[in-house]
Design a protein. Structure first.
Length: 197
């Protein structure tokens, strides 16, 4: 196999590795904060980083996770040669974030990285998911419930825009990964014990 022929596989592998970078843990170490896995909900995402280190730590983590999803997908989606890889890369970025190779298969819940990837796929897809999240959060004040509702806005929006079946199925897969990573939150929601902001 020539290096050129192997390039798509390299890009897909790089997506998993990039997605696996644990932004929350890096922010905690850089700022001398406690490991977020040992505090609050134990999650490495922006919501728990806000609890652990305040809104600035949460905001930096959020931006890093968003860009981790957005930048590669946005770049690839505008390349004639590798544009078809944008959607599978989006999925693998989320999988890497949720099941980080650097954390022994553990990771975040994929919400911010997934949101960034959705904006990279199509601005309207990301905007629909964000608007849905904001509406759900305003009504419930529960971040997990808002994410579980918002993540399904992506495949619905792609279907409405007439995108390919492959793109729609990939965003359904992203939604299923996010839902799977929220299994504890789902149990807490059913027991009316989920955290509110």
């Amino acid at each position: 196999m020539t290096p050129e022929a192997a390039l798509p596989a390299v890009i897909l592998l790089a997506a998993v590795l990039l997605g696996s970078i644990p932004s929350g843990i890096l922010v905690a170490r850089a700022w001398g904060l406690a490991d977020p896995r040992t505090k609050g909900s134990g999650n490495i995402g922006a919501a728990n980083m806000t609890r652990v280190g305040g809104w600035k730590a949460g905001a930096v983590t959020l931006v890093l996770d968003l860009m981790k999803g957005f930048a590669p997908v946005f770049f690839l989606s505008r390349q004639e040669r590798f544009g078809a890889l944008a959607v599978p890369v989006a999925l693998l970025l989320v999988v890497g974030h949720c099941y980080s190779v650097f954390l022994g298969g553990r990771g975040g819940k994929g919400v911010a990285t997934g949101a960034g990837a959705l904006f990279g796929i199509h601005p309207l897809v990301g905007a629909a998911a964000l608007a849905t999240w904001l509406a759900a959060f305003t009504a419930s004040r529960i971040t997990s419930l808002s994410a579980l509702i918002a993540v399904w806005a992506a495949p619905i929006t792609l279907w409405t825009l007439g995108h390919s079946t492959w793109s729609i199925l990939a965003t359904v897969a992203i939604a299923l990964v996010v839902v799977r990573r929220h299994d504890e939150n789902l149990r807490a929601l059913l027991e009316n014990g989920e955290r509110r902001f």
